[in-house]
Design a protein around this ligand. Structure first.
Ligand SMILES: Cc1cc2nc3c(=O)[nH]c(=O)nc-3n(C[C@H](O)[C@H](O)[C@H](O)COP(=O)(O)O)c2cc1C
Length: 201
């Protein structure tokens, strides 16, 4: 089982969020983590079809590349997910993944009948995003989306790295401080996960 799952949500392989996530992965691996990397644009994943085939089992009924990713999502100890800002939220690739996790929402709140807000985070994760503009509200939408995504995963949103004003592919490479921050976040996330596991014993 991989300790940390790293999910790349940009359509650009060397996009800004991808490069930052790659640094976070490097940091986590240098700290000792086993990291499994998934590039969403390489997967064949349907959007949620809202058929609620998950109602009985809590498992999505659509048979595609989401199925192995579902298993990775529920078994990892930590998550790192990166997406560009597209229309004030995550990319379509990332949103498709999130919507497919409605099956986990169904499991948690309909099948297992967990009371809203009454659960302990068992795992933790990091969110990385980059947008081109600089407005005050640039991250308001995405942070709400990510908050509720982490909720269905029983995960604490341990930290978010939010970058503004970067548009062209690879622009973050001119900002060593961003790359350093992402590397450090990966390193620190792994240690935070280890501490959380120790405290739960
Ligand atoms: C479809 C699309 C929608 C976008 N929407 C926004 C937006 O709402 N706000 C913003 O600041 N930038 C927006 N951008 C710019 C990207 O967020 C920016 O280029 C970012 O650096 C891309 O990250 P990536 O290289 O990791 O894909 C958009 C770009 C695209 C292609």
């Amino acid at each position: 089982m991989a300790e940390i799952l790293a999910i790349y949500g940009s359509p650009r392989r060397n996009g800004n969020s991808s490069l930052l996530l790659r640094e976070a992965v490097r940091g986590a691996k240098d700290a000792g983590a086993v990291v499994d990397e998934v590039v969403l644009r390489d997967l064949n994943m349907s959007p949620c079809l809202e058929i609620y085939g998950c109602k009985m089992t809590g498992r999505c009924a659509i048979q595609d590349d989401f199925q192995p990713l579902h298993d990775k999502l529920i078994s990892c100890r930590g998550l790192m997910i990166a997406s560009p800002i597209f229309f004030y939220t995550v990319s379509a690739h990332t949103k498709i993944l999130m919507d497919r996790c409605q099956a986990l929402w169904v499991k948690k709140y309909w099948i297992d009948k967990v009371l809203y807000g009454q659960w302990d985070a068992k795992r933790m994760g990091l969110f990385i995003t980059v947008g081109a503009t600089k407005g005050k509200k640039l991250f308001d939408g995405v942070l709400l989306t990510v908050k509720y995504f982490f909720d269905v995963l029983d995960m604490q949103l341990w930290s978010s790295l939010l970058y503004k004003g970067r548009d062209s592919e690879g622009e973050v490479l001119d900002h060593g401080e961003y790359l350093q921050e992402a590397y450090q976040a990966g390193w620190d996330l792994f240690h935070a996960i280890q501490n959380m596991q120790e405290n739960r014993k």
